[in-house]
Structure formats: structure tokens, C-alpha cells
Design a protein around this ligand. Sequence first.
Ligand code: ADP
Length: 312
Amino acid sequence: DISKIETGQLEAFNQKLLLYDFITKLYEFYKPNFNEKNIDFSLKLNFTDNAMEIITDEGKLNQVISNLLSNALKFTSDGNVELGCILRPGNLTFYVKDSGIGIDKSFHNKIFDRFRQAELEITRQYEGNGLGLAITKGFVELLGGEIWLESELGEGATFYFTIKLNVFKSKDTNPDESDVDEVKVIDEKQYKILVVDDDDESCLYLRELLAKFPEYETVVLTSGLDAIEYVKQHSVFDIVLLDIKMPDVSGYETATKLKVLHPELTLIAQTAYAFYNDKQKALEVGFDDYISKPILPEDLIRMLNKHLQIGL
Ligand code: ADP
């Protein structure tokens, strides 16, 4: 992982995640480890919306929190540990606060370097290779956030990190209260592409293909209904690559609804059989263009460049 992070080969996937469910399950999973050491382990959330779904890389988020909890467990012999998740407009802030041995201020800026162990004399008694926090920091950055700590030697430690908040769906649709939906995304990626296809292999293929180009940020969804719901909340896409044949709501119907929501959105149909009729119908219902499956990399890039006016 560390060499992949350093060579920029690791990428974050965009997946739907039920936040409340995720964090409570993680908490329950770790609880027995803390109980065993007689550490009081608690969870603090500032939201109650258990239906809220966000878009993030679940595996990496899980790994980051797990690394911080493992350290808290390792460096705390009694007392308490708190896992927190704070929903803010624009980001999610997580923290792991422990009452353990703490970390001297002079080590704070080195602690995320690889192979760093705060004080060899003290921590030699604890197992570890000093890579955990370097990997953790790399993952946090892939998730669009930052990591930092507050601690003093002997006073416990609190590790904070943020991730970019991308709400897919929240229960709260009342505009007065839905400040969470006013997501300000700090983004170096220039173009946002939404891929909608019910076929897992096609999704994976397009995701991997687009990930090779740093200017594209790709969100992949597997149904027309999800796409409509998502675009309703995020009008941020430049291009939607929509499969025509989907089981719940067809690509044609999805396209019509998306165009009503955002007439300026560029819609490209993925037509499976390249039948002339499919293409004609696609243009009639409002698609701006079509591309035939199997999609060749050079064709897709040419198509995207054409509509994004890159190189023109
Ligand atoms: P390791 O795999 O050796 O634990 P990490 O990168 O996770 O490596 O941590 C590096 C060092 O940071 C640890 O060896 C320890 O000295 C210090 N450290 C990390 N988390 C804590 C914590 N919660 N309390 C005290 N020290 C910590």
C-alpha cells in the first residue's frame, strides 16, 4: 500500500455507503477488544439520519478508522476511547480520542512519516512497523481529506481526519434543514462523469478506464432510479454515460427525466447492439450522442473530449 500511495497508483472508488450503519457496525465490531482491556469505548455522532447514504471508498474509510482504533487500543492501558463522526456542511470529520500514553508535541509533524515510531525507547515495547499512520494519511488524502492530531505526552491523544462529503441521499429534504446537501467540493479534478450501468463488469471496466485520466472524477451507479435521485441532489456532472438496457428504469426514461432536471447535462447513450433504431431513439429522447458497446478506450476518450471540448 505505501509504495502504491507514494507512486500515485492507488485510487479511491466511489461507492454508496450507509453512513450510520457503517459507523455503528464498526463500533460494535471493535467493542469487544476494548472491553477485554477494560477500556470504556464510546461512539459519538452528531446526526441521527440512519438513511443517509454518502459516496466514498468504504474499504479505505474502514481501514483508516481501524488503524486509528488499533493504535488507540495499543497505546491505552485503561481509561476511555471515543470514536466520533461529525457531519458538517462539506465534510465529515471523524476522530478517535484516547486517554493513553500520548505523544510529545515535537513528534506531531513526523508521526505520519513512514517507519516513524514516536519514541523508540517507549514504543519498542509495542509491536508495529511505523507504517500504519503513513498509510492512514495516504488513504485520507485519497478520500479528499486531511488528518491531524492533538496530544501531549501522558495526556492521551486525539486523531482527527476529514473526508470529502458527497451525500448521495439524505432523509432530510426540507431545504431549511438540509445544509448538508449544500456540498462544497474542493476538487482538483476538472470533469465529473457519471456512469450508469446495471452490469457490474461494464461498470468496473469503465471505472478503471476513466481512472487512468486524472482530469476525470467518476461516479458509478447501477440503476436509472439511483441516477435520477443522485442527479437531483448533485447537479455537478459534466457528462452522463447511460446504458440503454437497464431493468428498473430504462436508459431512455432515465435520460428524459435527467434532461428535465438539468437540460444542459450532456447525455451519452451506451447502446449494446449498435442497432440503428436504438441510436435514433436515443437522439429522439434527448441523448446528445451514443457510443456502441463494447466501448473501446480510444472511442470513449474521443467522445468525452468532443463533448468537453478538450483539444478543440
Ligand atoms: P505502528 O505500526 O508502529 O503502530 P503507526 O504509524 O501506526 O505505526 O504509529 C507510529 C507511532 O505513532 C507509534 O509507534 C506510536 O509511537 C505513535 N502513536 C500512534 N498512535 C498513537 C496513540 N493513539 N497514542 C500514542 N502514540 C501513538
